[in-house]
Design a protein around this ligand. Structure first.
Ligand SMILES: [Mg+2]
Length: 189
């Protein structure tokens, strides 16, 4: 059996929200700053779902831009998981047409992985996952419900959920420490 870790991209391997805020601000000058993104649907009073998805997709299509740098800890984080024997599935909610720029970005920054899963329902992977790393609270809750260890970076939109059975941390080094401590002695699934 594989020791599978499912790892998100946006706001997990890089600071997607900063770029996203600039794009949204270009659409609507009064879009609130990131500190006020305290719910996952905060945007609904400022733009349509179509505009919101188009804004996200415009960034994903251009993922391999020089401007989109991973977190400094991202490479070592993934490498450490690989060295500990994890089968790393990088999983992102994005259109399949963004696979090429996403693969180029991962390769350019030497972000190690075994599989790349692009869809709008990554929870299909959770039955096989020992570890799930994500920033979306509902994704983390699903991971916990499936028996996985779940963790992510702390953001305004997940702060209210931090007592819900998953770990939220300031950076990926802290996430890694949590994973390694918590999975020591766990059986594969
Ligand atoms: Mg994310």
């Amino acid at each position: 059996m594989k020791n599978t870790a499912v790892i998100d991209i946006d706001n997990t391997l890089w600071q997607f929200c900063d770029v996203f805020y600039r794009v949204l601000k270009g659409l609507h000058a009064n879009f609130p700053p990131i500190e006020q993104w305290t719910t996952f649907d905060f945007w609904k009073q400022y733009c349509s779902e179509q505009e919101f998805i188009a804004a996200i997709n415009s960034i994903h299509r251009d993922q391999d831009s020089d401007r989109y740098q991973p977190y400094p800890e991202a490479r070592g984080f993934l490498q450490s998981l690989k060295e500990r024997g994890f089968h790393v599935i990088i999983a992102s909610h994005r259109f399949k047409e963004t696979r090429q720029p996403t693969e180029r970005w991962l390769a350019r920054h030497q972000l190690a992985y075994d599989e790349l899963h692009l869809s709008f329902e990554k929870s299909v992977l959770f039955d096989q996952a020992v570890v799930v790393v994500d920033d979306a609270p509902h994704t983390l809750e699903k991971a916990v419900a499936n028996g996985a260890l779940a963790a992510g970076l702390l953001f305004p939109w997940n702060l209210a959920y931090e007592e819900n059975g998953f770990g939220l941390f300031r950076d990926l080094n802290d996430v890694l420490g949590y994973i390694l401590t918590s999975t020591a002695g766990r059986h594969n699934r």
